[in-house]
Write a protein that binds this ligand. Sequence first.
Ligand SMILES: [Zn+2]
Length: 377
Amino acid sequence: MFEFSLEATSGSARAGSLTLPHGEVQTPCFMPVGTQGTVRALSPNDLRAAGASLVLANTYHLHVRPGEDVVGRLGGLHRFMGWDRPLLTDSGGFQVFSLEGSRTVSDDGVEFQSHVDGSRRFLTPERAMEIQWALGADVAMAFDHVVPGGADEATARDALERTLKWLERGAKRHAELSDGPTVRQTLWPILQGGAHSQLRIEGLRRILDQGEWTGLAVGGLSVGEPKAVMYEMLERLAPRLPPAVPRYLMGVGFPEDLVAAVARGVDLFDCVAPTRNGRNGAAYTADGPVNIRNAAHRDDARPLDPTCDCETCTTFSRGYLRHLFVAEELLGLRLLSLHNVRYLMRLTAEMRAAVRAGDYERWAADWRRRYTQGETT
Ligand SMILES: [Zn+2]
């Protein structure tokens, strides 16, 4: 259980498979985000039809509503949300640190105000483990201190040191909780360090010194820093990351970022972008992004993406999809969300094939040419 097998490489790009208690995950893999225990506008059947194998749910949101005790009493998160494939929960760190102004950070943990009922709550590395254990996802994430993309070195150092101490405490609590005959959840550390490569490299070394991990996440990127900085961090880290462990780049989900990050050795991604953009009428297609609300689509009988096999593209015309958005019909939100998730599943499958063929760089150049030179209406 929790085994990762690296099956092929092409340059720094990797293809592998990750075995988790609820099933196997082929990498590179994109995880749709189910913030409140649901990927917005999509049912578990929709997700299965789109080919999703791993879904992320948010610890912070489920803790404040309905509460992990309710989820636990209703059979755990898998049963609660009707998803029988692998699940990963984040630690709540990112959400808690996004609550600017209504939180107090100490070395012990973070006191914050619930966005639902305003109640004061306290999250510690140990508590984050207990909540995630009660939710019961296949993968739990360590509680981390996230700083904004432009944070100076002293601020990023402070957050890194706290994250490393919290990792030790969280791992100890997680080991106590998992001390039973069946290990049903693994814990992954999160590397912080802001946009400071020497901090990232030092942080990585110290995480690896702390123990054997079944996966490793890079957090605190794609939080406002220029994209070139994110790529540089990944390039500096790639040769130092243990090859036998999957690497998860948190909060990244635009097609061009996935293609660039896989070239730099990343295996796993999550992001709200495909579903959030879908609900706004923005779709990814082989020929670049399309905004279905544009008047140009009014009489368009073509599918959204002629290369796509999803329900949206095989059933409806662009003209109909535009009509749904203009008329503010709920079906439109579902259909574009479904297509965008399916698009990323097909994209990651193409990446795997290119890595297996030892041809990732050429494939990525071809993909980029078509995606950026196509229609952008
Ligand atoms: Zn489609």
